[in-house]
Design a protein around this ligand. Structure first.
Ligand code: IMP
Ligand code: MG
Length: 187
């Protein structure tokens, strides 16, 4: 006799698409004001930040370059699997530049912390951190965020670039990942 199978799927909507659109527009204004016309290199953390970056950059009004860095802590699960390590070769030329590191979500802060440290180590003129979502979690925080889209509860969320096991990045809203009882497992 097999047990009951749980399938994880997007459930309750946490932030709807229209609210996201309005907030990203306002956030673009906040970022533009802080840099006050100075040139910026936006460094996006792959893969989760792609949707956010695509929307955010069209709201930024300063000389802007874009670079991407691949960092991953979650191996197809909902909890971190390994410590991060980012080598200087993974990063663009940072010396003397204003770097804005952008990620999809700030959970423990390990990802943004590691990227910001690596960028600072390469001689950036300034380093700021931006996350589309900030999770309200009890972990120790490793970096201070300069810009945040939304604060969300301590749940695993998907959509607007965020995935679960590679899926659901294409949802236009943010949803909580929920377990659904799929009935008895088949042989
Ligand atoms: P941190 O390093 O603990 O801050 O985790 C940040 C990284 O973990 C993000 O870049 C995401 O890729 C991933 N992550 C953390 N929480 C979630 C979530 O709720 N949904 C999807 N990805 C998440
Ligand atoms: Mg990520």
């Amino acid at each position: 006799m097999k047990g009951v199978e749980m399938e994880m799927r997007p459930g309750k909507v946490i932030v709807d698409a229209e609210t996201i659109c309005r907030r990203v527009e306002a956030l673009g204004g906040e970022v533009t004001a802080v840099y006050d016309g100075s040139p910026v290199m936006l460094l996006g953390v792959l893969d989760g930040s792609i949707v956010f970056i695509a929307d955010l950059i069209r709201q930024l009004r300063m000389p802007l370059e874009i670079a991407l860095v691949k960092v991953s802590t979650y191996g197809g699960s909902t909890s971190p699997v390994a410590q991060l390590c980012i080598g200087p070769a993974d990063l663009p030329e940072c010396r003397g530049r204003n770097i804005l590191v952008v990620d999809d979500i700030y959970d423990s802060g390990a990802t943004l912390g590691a990227v910001c440290d690596a960028v600072a180590g390469k001689g950036a003129r300034s380093v700021r951190a931006c996350a589309f979502l900030e999770k309200d979690c009890p972990h120790k925080r490793l970096v201070t965020l300069d810009f945040v889209g939304f604060k969300v509860p301590d749940l695993f969320v998907v959509g607007y670039g965020l995935d679960y096991a590679g899926k659901y990045r294409n949802l236009p809203h943010i949803a909580a990942l929920e377990g659904y009882d799929e009935g008895p497992a088949r042989a």
